[in-house]
Design a protein around this ligand. Structure first.
Ligand SMILES: Nc1ncnc2c1ncn2[C@@H]1O[C@H](COP(=O)(O)OP(=O)(O)OP(=O)(O)O)[C@@H](O)[C@H]1O
Ligand SMILES: [Mg+2]
Length: 539
């Protein structure tokens, strides 16, 4: 209902209807008023004629003072339909003749309705204008009567009559008062009123019907077509067309609307094309960035390899020297013709030692090879403990050289994690190397694997090294930021660690105090989706 009230067409319809009702109301009022006046005028004219007629009929009888004749005439005429009473008053207000017998001879008060017209002032008016001779009397039951007084003047014949001559200085001898019922007139007025009102109601209903149809066709429908069009555009349908064939302003508006939609559609398509182009460019740039990042990873790997190379060479040299010495010894022993049982046992012991050392060297070389190899980023289920152990093999000699005690704190039941093992190994190794480099005078490196919640693993690398000052804590992840003198550090380690953790949708945090040590915490989610990201490496 509220929706209907707020529509333009409804308001237009209501306004037009109200204006129409007001106009029709005014028209009815004016018509009825003028009709009543007209009818009243007609009645007045005929009453005047009747009054003159009575005066004329009774004149002769009065002149000869034949009262019975006058009485008969008045009585007879008083019986006519519509005439309520005919009276003749003399100057003193005495009723000389009346169609109501009982009234004859009575004297009326000068303030009575018929007398008051002339006797309202101290001296009676001798000549009254025609309109003032009329009075309309209404009864409580609604019945109306029209009274008309007609003065009987003292004419020449009257003042010279033999019988009862009136003195010639008297101007008015009496008054003829005639009272007519207005019942018939009122009935006519009522009928006319009813007819006009009925006619007006029919007219208003007809005009409203026509206006309603007109407003619906030319206002409501086109406006709603425009609203539907606007809603369609708002919901993204830029191909919407308004099919309104009209030469009115609304038709013009619909045409302009369609033109606007076409332009909007064109502009939208252009923007869409641009955004696709932009997206392609962004993808291209992202690929380029990825390539650069992969390149950075590789550079850092090579740098770490360089750092490891010396110690690894030392690490390999020791077992190889042992292997060589022992092998030469076995050759010498085997060149003998006969071997005692003890000698055979000793050779077998040395050979198993040779095998162990060869296996250890092979492990180091294998890990180094794995570490340096370029591989696409591939996420697979892997054992987090194994990844850390491989790093420890590579770093072990480093730890020994720098007098660093390694503490393992593995508190994890499910060791599986979806990750890229190569990348994680690279990151963990970089963090361990940093810790070793921070503990030049020995210390403790604690590696913890914790299960903070069933979906997450936290790996902590805690050292008792020099610590990181607060003012550089924000910069350490920046590429090429290094505090290490003489080109010992390139400054790529932590930026690569950051990139790898980010690749795994993980988090890296730092807790460090100068002089006390540093702890890096890496949180990784087990629920990482298996995905393969092809990376192209430069060179
Ligand atoms: N465990 C740590 N203790 C103290 N300082 C550290 C530690 N780890 C990193 N830093 C500081 O952060 C800096 C940046 O480390 P990052 O590994 O990125 O570069 P780098 O070790 O200097 O060089 P690169 O790793 O490329 O050989 C280091 O120079 C060092 O000042
Ligand atoms: Mg480093």
């Amino acid at each position: 209902m509220k929706k209907l009230i707020n529509t333009l067409s409804f308001r237009l319809f209501i306004t037009l209807s109200l204006v129409l009702i007001l106009i029709m109301g005014g028209f009815i009022y004016l018509t009825l008023d003028s009709q009543e006046k007209h009818m009243m005028n007609c009645i007045l004219i005929s009453t005047n004629r009747i009054s003159d007629f009575i005066k004329g009929s009774t004149r002769y009888g009065m002149l000869l003072n034949r009262r019975e004749d006058t009485h008969q005439i008045i009585n007879r005429l008083g019986q006519e339909k519509g005439i309520e009473v005919i009276r003749v008053y003399n100057k003193k207000g005495e009723i000389m003749f009346s169609s109501i017998e009982d009234e004859i001879g009575k004297t009326v008060d000068m303030t009575a309705e018929a007398c008051y017209i002339c006797h309202s002032e101290s001296k009676p008016i001798e000549s009254i204008p025609e309109k003032n001779r009329v009075r309309i009397v209404s009864r409580a039951d609604g019945h109306r009567s029209l009274g008309l007084i007609n003065p009987i003047r003292n004419e020449y014949d009257c003042s010279n009559a033999d019988c009862h001559a009136h003195p010639s200085d008297i101007k008015v001898l009496g008054v003829l008062d005639i009272k007519i019922s207005l019942d018939h007139l009122d009935r006519n007025i009522k009928e006319a009123e009813n007819q006009i009102i009925l006619f007006s109601i029919i007219l208003i209903v007809l005009i409203n019907l026509v206006t309603g149809v007109f407003i619906h066709k030319f206002v409501h429908k086109p406006v709603h077509m425009l609203i539907d069009g606007t809603n369609a555009i708002a919901s993204g349908n830029l191909n919407y067309k308004i099919t309104l064939d009209s030469r009115t302003e609304i038709g013009e508006l619909a045409k302009m609307f369609n033109t606007m939609t076409e332009k909007l559609n064109k502009a939208y398509n252009e923007i869409k094309e641009w955004s696709i182009n932009l997206e392609n460019k962004v993808n291209e740039k992202t690929d380029e960035l990825k390539r650069a990042q992969a390149h950075l990873f590789q550079i850092e790997k090579m740098a770490s390899l360089g750092q490891l190379a010396a110690t690894v060479a030392h690490e390999l040299n020791n077992p190889l020297e042992g292997i060589l010495t022992l092998t030469k010894l076995q050759i010498k022993r085997l060149n003998k013709n006969s071997l005692t049982k003890e000698e055979v046992e000793s050779i077998l012991k040395d050979l198993s030692f040779i095998a162990e050392e060869t296996m250890r060297s092979g492990n180091i070389v294998k890990n180094l090879l794995l570490f340096s190899r370029q591989q696409p980023t591939e996420f697979q289920d892997a054992d987090i403990e194994q990844i850390i152990e491989k790093c420890i093999i590579l770093i072990q000699h480093h730890l020994k050289l720098n007098n660093i005690n390694l503490v393992k704190n593995y508190q994890i039941r499910n060791k599986n994690i979806m990750c890229n093992a190569q990348q994680l190994q690279q990151a963990f190794l970089a963090l361990m190397i940093n810790s070793v480099e921070a503990m030049q005078n020995g210390g403790e490196l604690k590696i913890s694997i914790l299960e903070t919640n069933p979906d997450e693993i936290e790996i902590q690398f805690s050292d008792t090294g020099q610590g990181i000052p607060d003012e550089i804590k924000d910069k350490i992840y920046e590429p090429f930021f290094s505090t290490k003198a003489n080109g010992k550090g390139i400054g790529l380690g932590l930026s690569v660690v950051y990139g790898i953790v980010n690749n795994h949708k993980g988090k890296i945090t730092l807790d460090s105090k100068v002089g006390q040590g540093t702890t890096f915490k890496i949180t990784l989610s087990r629920k990482l989706n298996k995905r393969i990201v092809k990376e192209e490496y430069d060179g």
